[in-house]
Structures are given as structure tokens and as C-alpha cells.
Ligand binder design. Structure first.
Ligand SMILES: *Cc1c(COP(=O)(O)O)cnc(C)c1O
Length: 375
């Protein structure tokens, strides 16, 4: 079976984990601190603005908590979003208000977001679909004019840039995911970016039991090092030195991962661009850099489902990301969002990861074309 997503963990990561075992310090420690610094450097932001977190979902929960979203507030997010984003809103008693997306990029636009703004709107949460940056000039202007918080779900866009600036660092908060299906994989893990160092400090506290003082061996309290104080009723949602050791190795390889994904993307473009019954992803503006997280094909709805089945029978796994959240009954939405609804019927994400071989890419394209002959 050719996987649709796949982690690329090799000997370097295993060696790094071995060293952590040998050090006998497997909890949150110096490697996690180093991973945060290196990740901030990769983003091109101050180290004090970035903190590690157990997963991206937790980062989004904490971001929504820190903006103070509560019952009576609305948070606008694209319906093509990850379930954890809407849960973060709803869990705080605020209402997730779903907006439509561009039918080709599946990204929200400033215009589509603006249509959903009411007097109750507190924040906008965006997702850079498949790693392609949203139009951040227009969205940035909109949230500034309307004085709304901006929260970025950056799980798709670890290495994406818009006009040179890292995605995830445009808003008040950004969250990254390093789970098993992402580009940079640590097993589970993530990062949170906060616009101010004070907020990042608050995040650190919330993510580690609300502790204000470090207790234990490294404490400044020479006399009674078991004493502590809290500033909030925090949870415990941290990364540890095992996953951070993996993250540090993955970060070194990230540029290579993206380069390979770009090659795969370009091969698909080259081999599938002139297939009449489908559309390849639209060209990106020159000022944007993608992480090439998804490669998606679009075709009439009935055909999409048949293609998915045909490819699966040929040992090629595909999927559709992300099932529209306004269709999930649990959120109680009554929205009608035509472009997202159409895209959800017509879009198929085909295998995209850095370990795909040229032979596999060719097999996938040949299979897609062979299916076309059956139409
Ligand atoms: C995977 C994913 C998440 C969740 O990340 P976790 O680290 O697993 O919590 C959030 N948003 C998007 C868009 C994702 O793809």
C-alpha cells in the first residue's frame, strides 16, 4: 500500500533517542529548551515568543483560553478545518461560526470571513490548506480594522512563508503539530507562537500546572526546594526530551523534506496537468512558499468517490481533508457554504510525503490515467 502520509524517521532520530536514554533525563529538559530555540530560529522570530506543547490541538485550546473567548462570543473559522480547532472554540462556550472557502485552494478569504463578522465576533481562526498560505495581506487588514484576534492553525504549514514571513507568526497565536501524519514528526508534539513574550510566558505557565516557580533540583530556593506557587490552574501539556530529540533531528532535515515534496508536487503537476477530467491544484502566487503538505485533485463528485475506490483497489491510499465541520451535527451549525460543500464532494488528496519514490509517483499517475479510460 502506498500511504497518503508517512513519517520519515531514520537512524539519526533513533541515535538521538538513544542518547536521551543514556542521559537518563527523559522528561522536559535541556533538549526541549533547545528545540524551542531552534524552532524559533527556523521561523525567524524571537525565542521568547515560542513554547513547545503536547500537540497542536492543545495549543489551539490554550490560545482560545488566552483570548478569553466565552459564552456569547463567536469565533469564525473555515468549515474546511481540523476538528480540534472548532472543539477549542466550543469547549470554552464560544460559538464556532463556519465560513466558506475558495473552491480551488480550499483556503478562507478575507471576503468570506468578513461576511460572517457580527458584533459578537471575537476572533478569526485560519488554516493554510495543504501548506499554501492564505492571502495574509487581506486577512491581516481585516482583523486589524475590525479589532479581532487572529489565531493560526499552522499544522499544515510548518515551512510555509507569505512574502518571506513564516506562516503561524501573523496572528496573536499560532500552533504547529508534529503528530505522526505531519511533515516534521516527533510522535506527538507541537509548538505555540504568541505575539508577545508576556503571552508566551502565560502559555508556558498554563501548559505546566500553572507553576510560577521551578521546584526541584534546578530551583533557586536553596533551603526548601519542594515549595512552589501557582499563577493559574494550569494543565500539563508539555513535550519531553525524547520527542524533542527527535524534533531536533527532524528540524535539521526539514528543508530537504520540503524540497522532495516540491519535486513530487511538480511531478504530479507535469504528469496530470493535461488530464482533461481532473484539475490539479492552482498555481501559487510567486510571493508564497508552500510546505507541500497535500496534493489534491478535483473532479466531478461521483467520479471522485469512484477514483478513491479504484486507487485503493490498486494499493494506493487517498483521503479527503478536511470534512466540512458545518456538516458535523455536534456543532449544531445551520450554515450553507456552497463552495466548501462542492469541494468536499470533488476533492481527493493523493499520496504526498517525502519518502515517495519516483516509481511510486509514476504508478499513481498511471493508475489515475488508467481509471480515466474507464470513464
Ligand atoms: C493534524 C492537525 C491538527 C492537530 O494536530 P495535533 O498535534 O494532532 O493536535 C490541527 N490542525 C490541522 C490542520 C491538522 O492537520
Amino acid at each position: 500500500m502506498i500511504n497518503v502520509f508517512e513519517p520519515a524517521l531514520r537512524a539519526e532520530e533513533l541515535d538521538a533517542v538513544k542518547k536521551v536514554f543514556e542521559s537518563n533525563w527523559v522528561g522536559k529538559g535541556p533538549l526541549t529548551d533547545h528545540f524551542e530555540s531552534q524552532f524559533a530560529a527556523f521561523l525567524g522570530v524571537d525565542r521568547n515568543l515560542v513554547r513547545s506543547v503536547s500537540c497542536c490541538t492543545e495549543g489551539m485550546f490554550q490560545s482560545i483560553a488566552m483570548i478569553g473567548a466565552a459564552p456569547g462570543d463567536e469565533v469564525i473559522l473555515p468549515t474546511i478545518s481540523f476538528v480540534g480547532a472548532a472543539n477549542a472554540v466550543a469547549a470554552h462556550g464560544a460559538r464556532p461560526v463556519f465560513c466558506d472557502v475558495d473552491p480551488r485552494t480550499l483556503n478562507p478569504t478575507a471576503e468570506l470571513i468578513e461576511r460572517k463578522i457580527t458584533a459578537k465576533t471575537k476572533a478569526v481562526m485560519i488554516l493554510h490548506y495543504g501548506g499554501v498560505p492564505c492571502d495574509m495581506d487581506a486577512i491581516g487588514d481585516l482583523v486589524r480594522d475590525r479589532k479581532l484576534y487572529l489565531v493560526e492553525d499552522n499544522a499544515c504549514s510548518v515551512a510555509s512563508r507569505y512574502k518571506g514571513k513564516a506562516c503561524g507568526t501573523f496572528g496573536d497565536f499560532g500552533s504547529w503539530s508534529f503528530d505522526a501524519m505531519k511533515i516534521l514528526v516527533t510522535g506527538d508534539g507541537g509548538m505555540v507562537y504568541c505575539k508577545s513574550p508576556e503571552r508566551a510566558q502565560q502559555a508556558e505557565e498554563l501548559l505546566y500546572l500553572g507553576l510560577l516557580t521551578k521546584s526541584g533540583f534546578s530551583t533557586a530556593n536553596e533551603g526548601r526546594w519542594w515549595e512552589f506557587e501557582i499563577g493559574s490552574f494550569g494543565r500539563r501539556a508539555i513535550m519531553n526530551d525524547i520527542s524533542s530529540a527527535i524534533g531536533l533531528e527532524q528540524l535539521k532535515k526539514l528543508e530537504g523534506f520540503i524540497a522532495r515534496r516540491r519535486e513530487v508536487h511538480e511531478s504530479y503537476d507535469r504528469m496530470l496537468a493535461d488530464v482533461a477530467w481532473l484539475q490539479v491544484p492552482p498555481r501559487m502566487p510567486l510571493h508564497s512558499e508552500s510546505s507541500y503538505y497535500f496534493y489534491w485533485l478535483q473532479m466531478p463528485g461521483g467520479v471522485r468517490d469512484r477514483l478513491a475506490k479504484y486507487l485503493r483497489e490498486n494499493d494506493i491510499y487517498t483521503t479527503f481533508r478536511y470534512y466540512p465541520l458545518h456538516w458535523v451535527k455536534g456543532y449544531g451549525s445551520t450554515e450553507v457554504l456552497p463552495a466548501a460543500e462542492k469541494s468536499a464532494q470533488e476533492t481527493l488528496c493523493i499520496p504526498m510525503h517525502q519518502s515517495l519514490t519516483n516509481e511510486q509517483v509514476e504508478k499513481i499517475c498511471d493508475c489515475v490515467k488508467a481509471f480515466g479510460k474507464l470513464l
